[in-house]
Design a binder for this molecule. Structure first.
Ligand code: 5GP
Ligand code: MG
Length: 185
């Protein structure tokens, strides 16, 4: 698919719509086999992961529930203070569920490290992390997802839920954002 005309910031399409759809079909099958009918809660970290969650939950072929939380990590300079602030919390008591955190992208790893630590304190039956995108070259803290659908190099990406200043979440594909365009203006 060609980049939409409205956007001069789209440098290149990195992952096409159909590639995302195929990877999600496989991920849905994998999640469905992991839990063998036990209670699953798919937890989306807002806002970036809402599109991924919407498609992923429809690729899961066993009963599952969904939940949302909004988390922000606080940093002292470039270092995480180790504190994560939940601006919107889950409504479920996760001690009754096998939890799958559904994230859009892992960059430094700090957000998920903090969120995982927080959710573990609440004693879920088990906890796994599934991310659409992984940028391992940017990691500042050790963190590995149980499943990463795509590994990308050091690009700032937009689309399929991911934003730049709240724009582009509605692009149906993952694109590289062209920072040079702003520098020229
Ligand atoms: P981390 O704590 O792993 O550094 O941060 C991950 C969060 O940073 C993601 O959930 C996402 O909100 C944001 N982020 C990291 N890399 C990108 C990127 O390439 N594009 C966009 N739109 N957000 C990113
Ligand atoms: Mg995010």
């Amino acid at each position: 698919m060609e980049p939409v005309a409205y956007d001069k910031h789209i440098k290149q399409v990195l992952i096409a719509q159909e590639e995302i759809a195929e990877a999600i079909r496989q991920a849905g099958r994998q999640i469905s086999t992991w839990y063998d009918g036990r209670p699953i809660l798919l937890v989306s970290i807002l806002k970036g992961a809402f599109v991924f969650l919407a498609d992923l939950c429809r690729a899961v072929t066993v009963p599952c529930e969904i939940g949302f939380m909004c988390a922000k990590s606080y940093y002292q300079g470039t270092e995480s203070s180790g504190m994560v602030s939940i601006t919107m919390d889950l409504e479920q008591d996760i001690s009754q569920y096998h939890v799958v955190i559904v994230e859009d992208i892992i960059d430094t790893g700090r957000t998920l490290r903090d969120v995982v630590a927080l959710l573990r304190e609440r004693n879920p039956l088990s906890l796994r992390v599934v991310t659409l995108l992984d940028k391992p070259c940017r990691r500042k803290v050790e963190f590995e997802a149980d499943m990463a659908l795509f590994t990308i190099s050091d690009h700032f990406v937009i689309g399929y839920g991911l934003d730049c200043a709240e724009q582009y979440r509605n692009l149906p594909y993952i694109a590289e954002y062209d920072t040079a365009v702003d520098a020229e203006n």
